[in-house]
Ligand binder design. Structure first.
Ligand SMILES: [Zn+2]
Length: 167
C-alpha cells in the first residue's frame, strides 16, 4: 500500500473516532495510538474540513449533551449546541458556563428542579425549601452558609440530627 493511501486510511480512522466521541484529532490520534503526522493532518483536513465542529461534542454536563457546533476559535465567545436530556430541548449554551457548570440543564428544567427541593431530616421531618428548613432552626442569619453546605455535601448535621437535600 502506498504511504498516501496509508495516510488516508489513518485519517479516516481518526475522523471516525472524533465523530463518534468528540474532541480533537490530536487527542483521537493519541487514543488510537496513531502518530499524527503533518501528512495525516492534511489528509484529514481534505476528508473532513468541518472536523472542528466535533471539538466539544458528545459530553454529558449535568443534563446537557453537547452536540456538534461551528467552532469559532474564541473560548470566551464560543457557544455550544446542547440537548437537555431531561426534556429534549435544544439550546445554545456558552462554553464557559458549561465548563464552570453554571449551566447544567435548560432554564425550564433548572427552575423545576429548584422548586422541587426538599430537605428531609433523619427522623422523616420534611421541609419544602432550604429557606423554610433554616427558619425552623431559628438560624436565618446562617442561611447562606447552611445552604452552601447542603448543596456541596448533600447533608448537614445540626444538634446531632442529620438533614439531607432531596430533589
Ligand atoms: Zn430541559
Amino acid at each position: 500500500m502506498s504511504s498516501t493511501n496509508r495516510n488516508i486510511e489513518l485519517a479516516t480512522e481518526i475522523a471516525a473516532y472524533v465523530k463518534r466521541k468528540g474532541g480533537t484529532p490530536t487527542a483521537a490520534a493519541r487514543e488510537l495510538d496513531i502518530k499524527y503526522t503533518p501528512s495525516i493532518r492534511n489528509s484529514l483536513k481534505e476528508l473532513e474540513p468541518d472536523i472542528d465542529r466535533y471539538r466539544y461534542a458528545f459530553q454529558r454536563i449535568g443534563e446537557w449533551m453537547t452536540l456538534p457546533t461551528d467552532f469559532i476559535g474564541d473560548r470566551n465567545k464560543q457557544r455550544i449546541t446542547c440537548m437537555c436530556c431531561n426534556c429534549g430541548a435544544i439550546k445554545e449554551v456558552s462554553l464557559l458556563n458549561l465548563i464552570s457548570k453554571r449551566s447544567l440543564s435548560c432554564k425550564t428544567c433548572a427552575l423545576k428542579n429548584r422548586s422541587n427541593i426538599t430537605v428531609i431530616a433523619d427522623d422523616g421531618e420534611l421541609f419544602n425549601s432550604i429557606r423554610s428548613f433554616v427558619r425552623s432552626l431559628g438560624k436565618d442569619t446562617s442561611y447562606q452558609s447552611i445552604r452552601h453546605i447542603l448543596q456541596s455535601d448533600g447533608s448537614i448535621t445540626i444538634n446531632s440530627k442529620t438533614y439531607a437535600l432531596q430533589s
